[in-house]
Design a protein around this ligand. Structure first.
Ligand code: ATP
Ligand code: MG
Ligand code: FE
Length: 346
């Protein structure tokens, strides 16, 4: 069965073809970050308009590179939510129009389920059950995953998401948008002893997180810095602050993963979402895994942030369980807000 995936929930247009026999056939992505950079964040209306421009050429690209003909597509999976309403509407209308034109069934996919299952696209996929840490631009959740659609939320952030904390702290240090990768690179040159920032909720007995205080701690360091203003802080000291921030967030994320594994008795940890690309987080989790004897799985780097492959894959997984989950009903609706634990096995 060949599934076409369409992702358009935020500022990446992603198209992909996944074959349940042969695996991922092709995928194509256009990131709008350069367009949004000058505004310091995603402008929803610009995002929607750009998805319209990019989607069809990307579709042609995945068809051309895979050699699949349009009529060989068996079903079309599109991101139904959560995300920006206008951006979601573009992907869903394109998916449904294609379905109508080709007489193929369509299926709305939950964006976070896409992220969550993306490590299963890797060459050594984890088996169920596992603990998943979803760390993206909009979410930070720890979940117990027993199978496709079987997600139990253990804890989540009470305020900022991990990716949001990376981006906001990077902005305070005068790094561009999205600043996650930049603050991570800078932190590599920082002195770990220069700034000791708080580890919010690290020792609470639950699996919740809170990162807005950490961002405020970065703000306070910058504000009280003798150089008076970020432009005057030398590169080395900026790197030291970056290091203080990265060490704090990585330590909290690692500690909560370890305690979720201990609490459930599970031995497999799966990381998903954009922050899962972070080198310091991976190093810390790998060290914990070696020490505490659990396995840790990551998506391929290119599938950490938004992409079409994870949507095609999540759609295919659901269709393997229940082929009737895709329907020739093209009256699409989007769900900009959609809690993951509302999902069920199909
Ligand atoms: P959501 O999936 O919750 O709707 P999103 O789709 O915007 O949010 P993703 O695409 O999964 O989120 O991830 C984007 C986030 O990941 C951004 O905040 C970005 O800064 C962060 N990020 C990406 N690479 C890295 C990295 N190497 N280190 C730290 N953060 C990173
Ligand atoms: Mg993005
Ligand atoms: Fe995402």
């Amino acid at each position: 069965m060949i599934v076409l995936g369409v992702e358009s929930s935020c500022d990446e247009t992603g198209l992909a073809l996944y074959d349940t026999d042969r695996g991922l056939l092709s995928h194509a992505l256009y990131s709008q970050v350069a367009m949004h950079e000058e505004y310091g964040g995603v402008v929803p209306e610009l995002a929607s308009r750009d998805h319209i421009r990019r989607a069809i050429p990307l579709l042609q690209q995945v068809l051309d590179t895979s050699g699949v003909a349009k009529h060989d597509i068996d079903a079309i999976a599109y991101t139904q939510g959560p995300g920006l309403a206008g951006a979601l509407l573009v992907g869903s209308s394109i998916a449904c129009s294609l379905g109508l034109a080709l007489d193929k069934p369509v299926l709305g996919v939950h964006h976070l389920e896409g992220h969550l299952l993306s490590p299963l696209l890797a060459s050594k996929p984890p088996e169920f059950p596992f603990i998943a840490l979803l760390v993206s631009g909009g979410h930070t959740q720890l979940m117990r995953v027993d199978g496709v659609g079987q997600y139990t939320l253990l804890g989540e952030t009470l305020d900022d998401a991990a990716g949001e904390a990376f981006d906001k702290s990077a902005k305070l240090l005068g790094l561009g948008y999205p600043g996650g990768p930049a603050i991570s690179r800078l932190a590599d040159f920082g002195d770990p002893l220069a700034y000791k920032l708080p580890r919010p909720m690290m020792h609470t007995k639950d699996f919740n997180f809170s990162f807005s205080g950490l961002k405020t701690a970065v703000l306070t360091v910058v504000k009280n810095h003798p150089a008076q203003g970020i432009a005057n802080i030398c590169e080395q000291d900026k790197a030291n602050i970056a290091r203080g921030f990265v060490d704090a967030i990585v330590e909290v994320l690692t500690a909560k993963c370890v305690s979720a594994l201990k609490h459930t008795g599970l031995k497999r940890l799966v990381i998903a979402g954009g922050v899962g690309a972070n080198a310091q987080l991976r190093a810390s989790l790998n060290a914990a895994a070696a020490k505490k004897r659990f396995q840790v799985f990551y998506p391929e780097l290119e599938f950490c942030t938004d992409n079409g492959a994870m949507i095609a894959f999540a759609g295919a997984m659901r269709l393997q369980i229940n082929p009737a989950a895709a329907k020739k009903d093209y009256s699409f609706n989007v769900r900009p807000r959609w809690p993951l634990d509302e999902l069920r096995v199909v």
